[in-house]
Ligand binder design. Structure first.
Ligand SMILES: [Zn+2]
Length: 144
C-alpha cells in the first residue's frame, strides 16, 4: 500500500509538472504567432518570411540587460537573427546588419545578405502586384 501511495504521488507530481510546462509552451506559441501576424509573417530584422514552425520570440531589450518578459518587449524574428543579436541593443544590431564593417564576422554579412534579398524580393512582389492591379502603389521604397 505504501509502495502504491508513493508511486501515485510520484505520478501526481509529474503530471502537474507536465501541465505547467505545456501551459507555458501554449502561451509562448500564442505570443509568437500573434507577433508574427502583426509583422506580416516576416522577421523584424532581416524580413525573411517565417511560419509558425520557424518563428522565434525575440526580446527587443535582452533579459540580461534588464528587458522584461512582456509582450511589449517581444518581436518575432528568425532563429539566426535572434541568436546573432544576443544581448545587443535593437538599434545597434539593425545598424550592424544594415551596414556591416569589413572586419565583422561572417554571420553579420549573412544577415545583411538575407535582409537585402528579402527587401528586393518583397519589392519585386509588390511591383508585380501593382502591375497586375491587386495593390495600389503608395510610395517609393528607398530603404533597401
Ligand atoms: Zn531574421
Amino acid at each position: 500500500m505504501a509502495k502504491y501511495k508513493a508511486r501515485s504521488n510520484f505520478r501526481k507530481k509529474n503530471s502537474a509538472k507536465r501541465k505547467t510546462t505545456l501551459k507555458h509552451a501554449n502561451f509562448n506559441k500564442r505570443e509568437r504567432e500573434g507577433k508574427l501576424r502583426e509583422q506580416g509573417g516576416q522577421c523584424c530584422y532581416c524580413f525573411t518570411g517565417l511560419n509558425h514552425k520557424t518563428v522565434t520570440l525575440e526580446h527587443v531589450r535582452a533579459r540580461s540587460k534588464g528587458g522584461i518578459n512582456h509582450r511589449s518587449n517581444y518581436k518575432a524574428s528568425c532563429e539566426a537573427c535572434n541568436q546573432l543579436k544576443g544581448n545587443m541593443s535593437e538599434a545597434a544590431f539593425k545598424k550592424k546588419i544594415k551596414h556591416p564593417a569589413v572586419t565583422d564576422p561572417f554571420p553579420y554579412w549573412e544577415a545583411h545578405i538575407r535582409r537585402r534579398l528579402s527587401l528586393a524580393t518583397n519589392r519585386s512582389c509588390r511591383n508585380i502586384r501593382c502591375y497586375v492591379g491587386i495593390e495600389v502603389r503608395q510610395r517609393q521604397y528607398a530603404d533597401c
